[in-house]
Design a protein around this ligand. Structure first.
Ligand code: HPA
Length: 242
């Protein structure tokens, strides 16, 4: 079953007919919110609000292990994750929807693995290509079908937050190869890999990254783009199903 993880600005999908809300607990604790079982175009799908519903959890407060484990327990077989990001590269303009193909982790202090159980096996998963190629191709086709301003490929720089970056940090991320910057991509992506679930992202650019324009980044500007941009993301998700 397909599972969606909704981020800032996508706490729910209006077109989803809710069948059930599953209060799941996992050995890693409780997920951010109940896992919603819903129907979209006659297909059963799962939905989880990453930051809770209502939105209360900051990126570093999210229990990513519980979220991914809960989706697996609920029957997920693949995950499409939505997030809001800042744009670093010239093509990552506000309103663009990026389907990244790489990720760099700059977060710290988060629980990043399912494999740190006492006496558990020492396991190192391959993470050369963090996003599932098949899912990415299907997402790009769905974006094209709703004429969304899509960008194929890019490198998601995952920062700790909750503050935005300094201009110098963005220069560094760009030098590293980052094209977009957000706070939730890791460890979510690697946990999906560890648990064996194909995973891909839709990243909506909601602001130019720090220092890319000669002014401060305001929440008002971010919210204005989120509102219209997430409506387009939701259209693409609906097109993606069935
Ligand atoms: N930086 C990090 N995370 C973000 C940004 C940003 O500029 N915009 C939205 N999420």
């Amino acid at each position: 079953m397909l599972a969606f993880i909704g981020g800032t600005g996508l706490t729910r999908i209006d077109a989803l007919t809710i069948v059930e809300r599953l209060e799941i607990t996992t050995e890693w604790g409780a997920p951010s919110a109940p896992v919603v079982v819903g129907e979209l175009k006659g297909e059963k799908v799962l939905f989880l609000a990453r930051h809770g519903d209502p939105h209360v959890l900051l990126p570093h407060q999210v229990n990513y292990r519980a979220n991914i484990a809960a989706l697996k327990q609920a029957g997920a077989t693949e995950i499409v994750a939505v997030n809001a990001v800042g744009g670093i590269s010239a093509d990552a303009i506000s309103g663009a929807i990026v389907v990244p193909d790489q990720i760099i982790d700059y977060t710290h202090g988060r629980d990043t693995t399912f494999f740190d159980k006492k006496d558990g096996p020492v396991t190192h998963v391959d993470f050369s290509w963090p996003f599932d190629a098949g899912l990415r191709a299907r997402l790009l086709a769905a974006l094209a079908s709703v004429e969304a301003p899509a960008v194929s490929g890019g490198c998601y720089a995952a920062t700790q937050g909750p503050r935005l970056e300094t201009a110098a940090e963005i220069v560094r991320l760009e030098r590293d190869g980052g094209t977009i910057v957000g706070m939730t991509g890791m460890p979510e992506a690697v946990l999906a890999r560890e648990i064996g679930l194909p995973y891909a992202m839709l990243s909506l650019v909601v602001n130019p990254a720090a220092g890319k324009v000669d002014r401060e980044i305001t929440m008002e500007e971010i919210e204005a783009v989120i509102h219209s941009g997430m409506a387009k993301v939701a259209d693409a998700l609906i097109a993606f199903v069935g």
